[in-house]
Ligand binder design. Sequence first.
Ligand code: ATP
Ligand code: MG
Length: 251
Amino acid sequence: MIDVQKLTMHYGNFVALKGISFQAREKEIVGLLGPNGAGKTTAMRILTTYLYPTAGTAKVNGIDIIEKPVEVRKLMGYLPETAPLYPDMQTEEYLRFVGHARGVTGHTLIERLRWVREACGLEGVWRHTISEISKGYRQRLGLAQALIHDPKVLILDEPTSGLDPLQIIGIRDLIKELAKEKTIIFSTHILSEVEAIADRIVIINEGEIVSQGTQKELEDEVRAKGENKPDLDLEDIFISLLKPKKKKGKA
Ligand SMILES: Nc1ncnc2c1ncn2[C@@H]1O[C@H](COP(=O)(O)OP(=O)(O)OP(=O)(O)O)[C@@H](O)[C@H]1O
Ligand SMILES: [Mg+2]
């Protein structure tokens, strides 16, 4: 369970997050959806304790990110916007290295390496030097490093970025499978992505939460505001929630 409480982030004079609050329950997939610059990456960096918030906090399985950042990190797997890879290492060597850094050793490490190799589809590049593998494989390797220690919580910043359509489907299926035993927050600006995998959607824009809920709840909210298009898809909902408020009486 992740409980984000009034997170605020200032970069100098610029306010990137304006007191956002949301929750992700156990075994739930929450999609942070927002346009470029909305504050998604900032929120994820704070949650994973790489950035210190200006105000507010979050609790991960009851542990406060500010009071006990190291404990929080142990619980989490994090795929940052740019996967943290060492280009001179080989795929397997790198994952072993990350596994050791995460305290996974011996037989458990062998098992976990085998599992991520298959789950993330890395068989074809297992002994390749990272600088030579394609962007899509690098993204999968980024996901593999986030999973090596079998964390309870996953924070994925645009997990399907750089993947081709078939790979996107593969990673979406994997995320859904992982949610059977993990709490997952992922970010995207791709509407079909949240539609395909999120149990709940948090729409964020200019550092504020515009709305949150299941797709059905968001649809109801938009309808309550007067939208009467028969088949509302997420794109309609997104546009409706993000556009400036209209004056009464207009369609
Ligand atoms: N280190 C920084 N210093 C100053 N401003 C920053 C910094 N990092 C992010 N910002 C600004 O904060 C805002 C939110 O950025 P953030 O990267 O969190 O957005 P995002 O929702 O992840 O966007 P994208 O979809 O493009 O990845 C942007 O306006 C960005 O320019
Ligand atoms: Mg981002």
